[in-house]
Design a protein around this ligand. Structure first.
Ligand code: MD3
Ligand code: FE
Length: 203
């Protein structure tokens, strides 16, 4: 089911479909190699969201700022290779949304426990804003906050559930967005957390 909910933004409810088992296995394999951690913001606060990454580049934040790096700063080891099933899934979802040829070099894995939120922000650490971002929600549902191109103004609320995919490109690429505090819950695929994957062309 495809829903165009803003210019350039396409919601594919249940996009995960029959890829579920392979995708979950790939996520578990990655996070067994490169553990979830709560990074420091440039302001010195610890993020409530726990993150991990795979692919040639991984997004990090610390006192020095936000950026993409080739190695896990916790170990100095390159991020795990992006599993082919994840790369192929993201490419297929981008193509369905009207962005053929998507070749992500980064997959950020965000983990939300009950009460965890992500404040409104733009994603602007990537090299080329003409490239879309593909996101996949796993586990317990979350309320996604969809703002405009300015930090202030009305915010739409959209519930994202297990298996939902959103592709953000074109005029939606630089919108302000966030996640409302997660309600407690449990899901057979993830237990008591929500996991979100964002696939990007970072470099
Ligand atoms: C809209 N993650 O990692 S995914 C992030 O659920 C992030 O973990 C959220 O925002 C999460 O940066 C939301 C959906 C998403 C991702 C990137 C976007 C929406 C976006 C970039 C531009 C516009
Ligand atoms: Fe974001």
């Amino acid at each position: 089911r495809r829903e165009d909910f803003a210019p350039g933004a396409v919601l594919l409810r249940g996009g995960l479909a029959d890829q579920q088992e392979a995708v979950l296995a790939a996520v578990r394999a990655v996070t067994a190699q490169t553990a979830f951690r709560r990074m420091q913001t440039p302001g010195g606060q610890s993020m409530s969201v726990a993150t991990s990454s795979c692919g040639a580049l991984g997004w990090v934040t610390d006192r020095k700022g936000y950026r993409y790096v080739a190695a896990d700063p916790q170990t100095g080891i390159p991020w795990p290779v992006m599993p082919g099933v994840l790369h192929g899934f993201a490419r297929a979802m981008a193509e369905m949304a009207g962005y053929p040829g998507f070749d992500p070099d980064s997959c950020l894995i965000n983990r939300y426990a009950a009460g965890v939120k992500m404040g409104l922000h733009q994603d602007r650490d990537e090299a080329d804003f003409t490239q879309p971002i593909v996101s996949l929600s796993l586990g317990i549902p979350a309320v996604f906050l969809w703002g405009g191109l300015a930090r202030t103004g009305p915010v739409r609320r959209i519930t994202l559930s297990h298996g939902d995919v959103v592709v953000w490109g074109g005029p939606s690429r630089l919108v302000f967005h966030g996640i409302a505090p997660l309600k407690p819950g449990t899901h057979p695929a993830t237990g008591e957390v929500r996991i979100n994957l964002t696939f990007r062309r970072a470099g």
